[in-house]
Design a protein around this ligand. Structure first.
Ligand SMILES: Cc1cc2nc3c(=O)[nH]c(=O)nc-3n(C[C@H](O)[C@H](O)[C@H](O)COP(=O)(O)O)c2cc1C
Length: 391
């Protein structure tokens, strides 16, 4: 029988993942002053209990001014470490590997939550001193859209501190006990704003040529690696395709530079640099970004994670069997079914004894399965048929 790859444990550096399912980073917009709330504990906790191999917390901001919304999670000060550690500890105690995405919104910052309209905030959003500090910065003074805040281009003299903020955040993530970091270099946020010639029109060493536009990104990676233990994995999320002058060819060249700097996995997403919806998004279909994970894996010779409308267990398994990616990230399906990992294991027949479930549930589920209820291929109709035919 072919090995079920989705549930085959995997080592990345010194970290052992119990399976290859990662929860995609998803903003919860529910932090207060950057601090996680009970919501984060319950939400990340249920994904660990639900069978993920790695639970990755949402884009957590390395600078206060890098927040997208007032509810963004933060790691810009030491006080954030302890409450994050509680969450990391709970995830680990329940068999998953705790990971955190580090981010900075740059020119996409200072907006209301999506369900509040994602509109540019005004000074009445927060106390005057907080508003004062919420300085929207980018590579250049070019807004994301007609309605978003006008960013201020980072001065050349400010760039070293902007880079150091990522390294300091990585050191805090280590203290908080996370096993892996992902740098959010996609979706038109600050790192992407430096890469794209549409957002970056600087004329100093951080703009102009492709080499110069990569510089901020590469220096951030160096700063993070210098503050992040050699035994712990480093992921980078990129928008492999966009309509903003930074596409697959440029990304392949970037990934070839990232690997020697200590990046282990490229999480392959798309889009987000401009407010225009790129054409390829209209092709929104099962696994629409998987070809990018396959291309980067092959051409940049680096491990990849596929994401985007990976819905079904057999679909995830096929991506791995076809060597299109090394890991799969599941986003909205985990919002819908926080037990996605457990469910996938049953559907693929990978966990007959419910070993992936917490012991509080496993004992009872195994006994139930012995009596013919639940598990692979289980439906009510099939159960009634079996009972009627005496099978
Ligand atoms: C509520 C929500 C919040 C998200 N927040 C983030 C985020 O913090 N960082 C990020 O890189 N992507 C974010 N994304 C994108 C997801 O990580 C993922 O790439 C996208 O939802 C596609 O995967 P899916 O089809 O499995 O949901 C978010 C998506 C959703 C639905």
């Amino acid at each position: 029988m072919t090995e079920i790859l989705l549930f085959t444990p995997m080592h990345i550096r010194d970290v052992l993942l119990r399976n290859r399912i990662v929860t995609a980073p998803m903003h919860q917009y529910s932090a207060i002053g950057g601090f996680p709330t009970d919501w984060h504990m319950v939400n990340a906790g249920r994904w660990a209990l639900g069978g993920a191999g790695m639970v990755m917390l949402e884009s957590t901001k390395v600078e206060e001014r890098g927040r997208g919304t007032i509810g963004d999670l933060g790691i810009w000060k030491d006080e954030h470490v302890e409450p994050l550690r509680r969450i990391a500890d709970f995830i680990r105690a329940n068999g998953a590997s705790p990971a955190i995405q580090l981010g900075h919104s740059g020119r996409k910052g200072r907006v209301s939550r999506p369900w509040e309209g994602q509109a540019a905030l005004t000074a009445d959003c927060c106390p005057p001193d907080e508003w004062e500090r919420w300085d929207v910065v980018s590579s250049s003074a070019l807004p994301f859209s007609e309605t978003s805040a006008m960013p201020r281009a980072l001065e050349l003299s400010e760039i070293p501190a902007a880079i150091d903020a990522w390294g300091a955040a990585a050191a805090r993530a280590d203290k908080a006990g996370f096993d892996a970091i992902e740098l959010h270099g996609a979706h038109g946020y600050l790192l992407h704003q430096f890469l794209s010639p549409v957002a970056n029109t600087r004329t100093d060493p951080y703009g102009g040529s492709e080499e110069n536009r990569m510089r901020f990104f590469l220096e951030v990676v160096e700063s993070v690696r210098a503050n992040w233990p050699a035994g712990k994995p480093l992921f980078v999320r990129l928008s492999i395709e966009d309509e903003a002058g930074w596409g697959p060819e440029e990304n392949i060249r970037l990934c070839r530079r990232l690997k020697p700097l200590g990046v282990d996995v490229i999480d392959c997403s798309t889009g987000g640099l401009t407010s225009a919806v790129p054409n390829f998004f209209r092709l929104n279909s099962f696994g629409y970004q998987v070809p990018y994970a396959e291309q980067i894996r092959r051409e940049a010779d680096i491990m990849t994670m596929a994401v985007g409308l990976i819905i079904h267990a057999d679909q995830a398994e096929e991506i791995l069997q076809r060597r299109q990616a090394d890991l799969v990230a599941i986003g909205r399906e985990f919002l819908y079914n926080p037990n996605w990992g457990l469910d996938a294991a049953q559907k693929l027949g990978a966990d007959p004894n419910y070993a992936l479930s917490p012991p509080q549930a496993a004992h009872w589920l195994t006994k139930r399965a012995r009596r013919g209820f639940g598990g692979k291929g289980s439906t009510w109709a099939a159960g009634i048929h079996e009972a009627a035919s005496g099978e």
